[in-house]
Design a protein. Structure first.
Length: 275
C-alpha cells in the first residue's frame, strides 16, 4: 500500500480497523502523523455532535409553524370551495335563463304570451304612471313611433318574446292590470284567443307582426288590440331603418340570445330591468 491509497482509505473512515492500514502506518512516520491528526479530529467532531442540544423552545416553534401552515391550507381550501360554489350558482342561473329563452321559442304563440306574463308577474304590480317620454323612447328603439295617445301606461320596456325582442306594456284596466305585447315578426293569419284560469285576451295580426292584449277574467278588451295596433306606426319588418336601430340600441337580452352563452351574464340584469 502506498501513501496515497493509505490516506484516501483513512479519510473515508478515520477510526477504521484494517490490518493493511495499520501495517503501512507502522512503516511510514509521515502517514502515522497524518493518521493521528485525522483520528483526533474525528473524535473531537463526534464529541461535539453528541453534546449539541437544540435551542430552548425549538420544538414548540416547529409545532406552531405547522399549525399555521395547516390553518392557511384550510383557509385556501375554504376560498376554493366558495369560488366553486359561486361558479356553480352562476352556471345554474345562466342555464336557467337560457332554458327560459329556449322554452319561449318552442311554445305556441298564445302559450308563450301567458308564459311571459307568469315569468314577469311582478310587473303587474306597477301602480304608477310612467312619463310618456319613456314610452316613446321604448318604441323608438324599434324605429316605431306613437301616432296617437294610447292612454296611461304603468310599465314599458323592451323584452325578449318568443323569437326576438318586442315591447312590453302594462296599462290599468277595470278588473286589474292589462298586459300588452307588441311582437315584431310574430306573424299570424288570424286573431288568436288567449284563455287561462286567470287571464283572457287576444292576439291581433298586423302587417309587421302581432299585438297581444291580455287582462284579468272579466276585463272588457273588445277592440283594444286593434286600437293599440293602429296607434303605433311600426316600420316594415326587416327594414333597413329597423335593423340599424336594433343593432345600435338592442337590449342585452337580444344580444345574449344572438351570440350565445358566452355573454349570458347580461341577460339576467336586462330581463330584471326591462322585462
Amino acid at each position: 500500500m502506498n501513501c496515497l491509497e493509505f490516506r484516501r482509505r483513512l479519510l473515508a473512515d478515520p477510526l477504521a480497523t484494517d490490518d493493511q492500514l495499520h501495517g503501512h502506518e507502522g512503516t511510514c512516520p509521515t502517514c502515522a502523523n497524518f493518521a493521528r491528526d485525522a483520528r483526533a479530529q474525528e473524535i473531537q467532531l463526534r464529541n461535539m455532535l453528541k453534546q449539541t442540544k437544540p435551542p430552548p423552545g425549538l420544538a414548540d416553534r416547529i409545532q406552531l409553524a405547522a399549525r399555521f401552515e395547516q390553518r392557511s391550507l384550510l383557509q385556501r381550501r375554504g376560498w376554493y370551495a366558495v369560488a366553486a360554489s359561486m361558479l356553480v350558482a352562476i352556471s345554474i342561473s345562466m342555464l336557467s335563463l337560457w332554458n327560459t329563452a329556449i322554452e319561449r321559442r318552442d311554445l305556441a304563440l298564445t302559450q308563450s304570451v301567458l308564459h311571459h306574463i307568469d315569468d314577469e308577474a311582478h310587473h303587474l304590480r306597477e301602480a304608477h304612471a310612467i312619463p310618456a317620454a319613456r314610452v316613446d323612447w321604448v318604441f323608438r328603439r324599434f324605429g316605431a313611433r306613437l301616432a296617437e295617445d294610447i292612454g296611461r301606461v304603468n310599465f314599458a320596456a323592451e323584452c325578449l318574446m318568443r323569437h326576438k325582442n318586442g315591447v312590453h306594456l302594462v296599462m290599468p284596466g277595470k278588473m286589474g292590470p292589462i298586459t300588452v305585447f307588441f311582437m315584431p315578426g310574430e306573424m299570424t293569419d288570424k286573431a288568436l284567443e288567449i284563455e287561462s284560469a286567470r287571464f283572457h285576451g287576444k292576439i291581433v295580426p298586423t302587417d309587421w307582426g302581432s299585438v297581444a292584449v291580455i287582462g284579468e277574467q272579466g276585463e272588457p278588451l273588445q277592440g283594444l288590440g286593434q286600437r293599440l295596433a293602429a296607434a303605433v306606426s311600426w316600420p316594415a319588418h326587416g327594414s333597413a331603418e329597423s335593423v340599424a336601430l336594433r343593432r345600435g340600441g338592442g337590449s342585452d337580452v337580444d344580444l345574449a340570445v344572438g351570440v350565445g352563452v358566452g355573454v349570458f351574464a347580461g341577460v339576467g340584469v336586462a330581463q330584471q330591468k326591462n322585462g
